[in-house]
Design a protein around this ligand. Structure first.
Ligand SMILES: [Zn+2]
Length: 328
């Protein structure tokens, strides 16, 4: 077997290792949340989903350096709930190392594709950039960042929190998901896409949301047009190698807080959804409504509800069965 990164045959001094899809360092930040969400399935895994085609040198050296950067970035800056009080439409400043962040997210996307057994030729051509960095940078991807902020009048736990998730090829809807539910026909015409896009990934890691777009050959002009559209119609901030500091804004609407990022709403969509939810709580602010709701129920109540749902949804889970055995 050959290593998916360095291409060397795994034998002798090279040992086969398990590489996590969602980095272990991130999973450990959420000990209660061990459900993996992939495109068409969700499952509860006790130690985090891994893939076993990576050699010990790649895994323990380059890939673990990238994980160190990414895990620290999320752990140190994105673990709090942003936008409490009236601050959910504010800009918040963050610092990124473009190449470390890009290579980390590309590595995660590549791992995800291999687990999904989908065509990963794009990555084969870009392995050098993931392993070696800046010197092998081709510019054939776009990267955007934004913030996940709870826009429900209740705590996210009520719906089962999705703090760590990777979604492939989400729909990009300038007028928004909620708007689309009320105006089906009009929204259908307004999806943003391109024939020259290989794949799009959205990563939600706690309060951070990253949008990664991979381009096929001949992308140059189309990439400029697409990035201009995303910047104009959505609240995502484009990341570039020349800058470290960015002002990030909310990219989430209520829909993303209950069902994740299968679709992403543009500026107009976010405003529409915000007005609608505000109306439903009679103009109170989200923070007040949530505080009131939280007072009514204890954390134990949410935890018990979650255990019951997981026992039904993931009956074959080892950890779940252990808990049940202990009860008996
Ligand atoms: Zn290797």
């Amino acid at each position: 077997m050959e290593c998916a990164y360095c291409n060397n045959t795994i034998e002798g001094r090279l040992i086969k290792t398990k590489e996590h899809i969602i980095p272990n360092g991130l999973i450990r930040l959420f000990p209660e949340e061990d459900i993996t969400f992939m495109k068409e399935r969700a499952f509860k895994d006790n130690s985090g989903l891994t893939i076993g085609d990576v050699c010990n040198v790649c895994n323990n050296e380059t890939l673990s350096e990238l994980d160190n950067y990414g895990n620290r970035l999320i752990g140190n800056h994105f673990m709090c709930s942003l936008g409490i009080g009236q601050n959910y439409n504010n800009e918040f400043q963050f610092e990124f190392n473009f190449h470390l962040l890009s290579r980390w997210l590309l590595k995660i996307a590549y791992n995800y594709d291999r687990v999904e057994k989908s065509d990963s030729n794009w990555f084969t051509d870009n392995i050098n950039y993931i392993l070696e960095g800046e010197g092998s940078f081709k510019g054939n991807f776009s990267l955007f960042a934004g913030l996940h902020i709870n826009m429900l009048p209740v705590p996210e736990e009520v719906h089962g929190k999705l703090s760590l998730s990777i979604i492939k090829n989400p729909k990009l809807l300038p007028l928004g998901v909620t708007y689309g539910l009320y105006n089906k026909e009009r929204n259908r015409e307004k999806t943003i896409s391109s024939e020259l896009i290989e794949n799009i990934y959205i990563f939600r890691f706690s309060s951070a949301a990253f949008l990664l777009v991979l381009w096929k050959d001949g992308y140059d002009e189309e990439k400029i047009r697409f990035e201009e559209k995303i910047t104009r119609l959505f609240t995502f901030e484009k990341l570039v190698p020349e800058h470290d500091l960015y002002e990030l804004r909310r990219v989430s609407e209520a829909f993303n807080c209950t069902t994740g990022y299968g679709a992403i709403s543009g500026k107009q969509g976010l405003e529409f959804s915000e007005r609608l939810i505000k109306h439903s709580i009679h103009g109170r602010n989200f923070w007040e409504a949530r505080a009131k709701y939280t007072k009514l129920f204890s954390q134990d109540f949410f935890d018990e509800g979650r255990r019951m749902i997981e026992a039904i949804e993931f009956p074959k889970n080892r950890k779940q069965r252990r808990i049940e055995r202990k009860k008996k």
